[in-house]
Design a protein around this ligand. Structure first.
Ligand SMILES: CC(C)(COP(=O)(O)OP(=O)(O)OC[C@H]1O[C@@H](n2cnc3c(N)ncnc32)[C@H](O)[C@@H]1OP(=O)(O)O)[C@@H](O)C(=O)NCCC(=O)NCCS
Length: 197
């Protein structure tokens, strides 16, 4: 059983949460999720209505084992605004694979997903990451634009290729198109401008 009991989370999140970065735009704080926050990530994933939602256990476990490569954003009251879950591929550790990005409806179209992505990748670039990968279904214009925008800002190539077909995914699932961004060169670029590696 994973450590951390997610059953006692109130609407404003765990009071003991320690955040490592204050978002310069909008008073949000960014940090690595803990297992006690897993249920909130699970709830937000369900609320989006278009993500492939895993079990609650899956999110709690993720927040234990992939916390360092994931980001959760909260407002000053502690309300969850968004998250990114991702991991470095075991067979290709210079690749950061973004599994899910979710932003709560009230926080959308304000650059939050971009800033969370910038935040996650900035940390990993100084630690050897040269590519970002994710999969997007062809109908998800917001997600496609998010990764295009990120690639453009970083002067990196973006290639697309079907990774998993409808046949592999089954149940009428749309194909998942692999977006591969990189290799990164030069200093990382965020929405706020260039930052040193
Ligand atoms: C996709 C999602 C994470 C974007 O979050 P967001 O915080 O609103 O995105 P941002 O404000 O950072 O926008 C990033 C870019 O995408 C564009 N964008 C955002 N939403 C868009 C939409 N609905 N349609 C078209 N473009 C959109 C923005 O204009 C911006 O582009 P720009 O840099 O050229 O200006 C959010 O819509 C969401 O949670 N959707 C449901 C879950 C999902 O589909 N996740 C992605 C798949 S894992």
């Amino acid at each position: 059983m994973p450590s951390g009991d997610a059953s006692d989370i109130g609407p404003k999140g765990p009071a003991t949460q320690v955040k490592d970065y204050i978002d310069p735009d909008g008073d949000l704080s960014f940090g690595s999720p803990t297992p006690t926050e897993g249920a909130e990530l699970w709830n937000l994933a369900r609320e989006t209505g278009n993500l492939d939602v895993n079990s609650r256990y899956g999110y709690v476990l993720w927040c234990r084992d992939f916390a360092a490569t994931s980001v959760v954003a909260r407002d000053p009251l502690g309300v969850i605004a968004g998250f990114i879950t991702g991991y470095r591929r075991p067979d290709a550790p210079d690749v950061y694979f973004v599994w899910q990005v979710a932003v709560a409806p009230g926080f959308r179209r304000r650059g939050l997903a971009r800033r969370m992505l910038d935040h996650a990748v900035l940390r990993m670039r100084s630690n050897g990451v040269r590519y970002v990968e994710t999969t997007v279904t062809p109908d998800n214009k917001a997600s496609m634009r998010l990764f295009e925008s990120f690639a453009q800002a970083n002067g990196a190539d973006l290639t697309r290729d079907v990774l998993f077909s409808e046949q592999e995914l089954g149940s009428g699932h749309e194909p998942e198109v692999l977006h591969r961004i990189g290799p990164f060169a030069g200093p990382a670029r965020t929405l706020e401008g260039a930052l040193p590696d």
